[in-house]
Design a protein around this ligand. Structure first.
Ligand SMILES: [Zn+2]
Length: 428
């Protein structure tokens, strides 16, 4: 019986007890450790058998492994799933927001308690969801795409004489000065960071993933302006030249990186640029896109980037590039975010490295290491538990029965006990 929305009991001092806990900072599994939660934060990680403080209630998760809440650094929570037509033009901002609310809920209930949401075609709908009182992950949001007009972040496929309203072209810029102006407007509008589109996109009609779009000067302007406002730039880049342009300009992360070669991988490693590569969804697009009759152009571009992206990912792992977990949810159904983890192991990472990429490394990329990404004192009490040993099979993380966010139980499928009162969380 799934339960959602329960409040933490007993004023919020809780001992979380599972068979084992993944310490992603140390890269080890700790047998029998107890995570002590006070209110919305983690107070301590106690040794096995250590007594719980007076007044603490317990949540017992026998047979389970505790992990930090997962982080996806490349989601698109706003709007409906990618379809076969021109995106968004038949939907109001209100409709986009309400879809986003459902998507946020699906994401957090799947164990992704934090996301970096990297763009919406209707500007600032992500800000509204982040700031709403909705059930969902903690969010860092991009506000709008900074893109060349007609480029990978624009609504393309319309006749050239159709003019879009401002909120569907808010981040369009055609010079370094315009980029600065757009970056400021997006950050003043409430975005947490800036998403630039450095190359064409697989899913934007008429654009070429291999082709650079924003110029090196425009990318540098975005990075500089973002830094003045104390934040970073995430750069969508498939083609090699666009990857290099964005990394040299100082982007904090390269998104997709589909046509990465060994030299570009070395450049990312050297500069400390994060790679956020969505290496799962190519399979989803190939299958579902063909079934739904997506445009041949889109399917061909997907085919041209799927295997090369996985090859590039392997090069990046070998070169020691910092890899943060990101999946491009919204292309595939929200809540399936963990399906990429086994792909990362198949393409060169250890299971622990893959888990670190979706926790401690992702938190570093967000600049949120003080609040999320590990079961450690001072962080938010964001945790998940799965039966058995997830390191033996990361596929287990695709079905998470227990989710805690900020000390609040959002999901505990095995519990038939009430969600308040003393020791209420004994599994059936
Ligand atoms: Zn994306």
């Amino acid at each position: 019986m799934a339960r959602e929305g329960g409040m933490a009991p007993g004023g919020g001092l809780i001992g979380l007890r599972a068979d084992r806990m993944v310490d992603v900072e140390a890269g080890e599994v700790r047998e029998g450790a107890v995570v002590l939660v006070r209110g919305e934060r983690i107070e301590a990680v106690l040794d096995p058998g250590a007594p719980l403080p007076e007044g603490a209630t317990t949540i017992d998760l026998p047979g389970h492994t505790l992990l930090p809440g997962l982080i996806d650094c490349h989601t698109h929570l706003v709007g409906e799933l990618q379809g076969s037509g021109i995106p968004v033009i038949d939907r109001s901002a209100a409709q986009e927001a309400l879809s986003g609310v459902a998507n946020a809920r699906a994401t957090v209930l799947a164990g992704f308690t934090t996301v970096r949401d990297v763009g919406t075609f209707r500007a600032f709908v992500d800000v509204a969801i982040r700031d709403g009182t909705v059930l969902g992950p903690r969010m860092a949001v991009a506000g709008a795409y900074v893109t060349v007009p007609g480029g990978g972040g624009a609504v393309t496929g319309l006749a050239p004489d159709i003019e879009l309203p401002l909120d569907l072209r808010f981040g369009e810029a055609a010079s370094p000065a315009e980029v600065r102006r757009r970056v400021r407007a997006i950050l003043y509008g409430g975005a947490d960071f800036i998403k630039v589109i450095a190359t064409g996109a697989v899913l934007a009609l008429g654009t070429r993933p291999g082709a650079p779009e924003l110029s090196p000067e425009e990318l540098a302007a975005a990075v500089e302006e973002a830094a003045l406002q104390g934040t970073h730039v995430a750069a969508h880049a498939h083609g090699r030249q666009g990857i290099v342009n964005a990394a040299v300009a100082g982007a904090r992360s390269i998104e997709h990186g589909s046509l990465l070669d060994a030299e570009a991988a070395d450049l990312l490693a050297e500069r400390g640029t994060y790679l956020v590569a969505d290496i799962y969804n190519g399979d989803y697009i190939a299958q579902e896109g063909a079934r739904q009759g997506w445009p041949a152009e889109t399917l061909a571009k997907n085919q041209a980037t799927t295997q090369s992206q996985r090859d590039g990912f392997e090069l990046a792992v070998k070169a020691g590039v910092k890899i943060a977990y990101g999946t491009d949810s919204g292309v595939y159904p929200h809540g399936w975010n963990a399906r990429q983890l086994p792909y990362m192991v198949r393409h060169g990472m250890t299971p622990m490295a893959a888990l670190r990429s979706a926790t401690v490394v992702a938190a570093e990329l967000l600049g949120w290491s003080d609040r999320v990404g590990a079961l450690a004192p001072g962080r938010y009490a964001d945790a998940i538990a799965v039966p058995g040993d997830p390191l033996a099979d990361l596929g287990r993380l695709a079905d998470v029965p227990f989710v805690l966010q900020g000390g609040r139980v959002l999901r505990w499928e095995k519990s038939d006990a009430p969600l308040s009162g003393p020791t209420p969380y004994l599994p059936a």
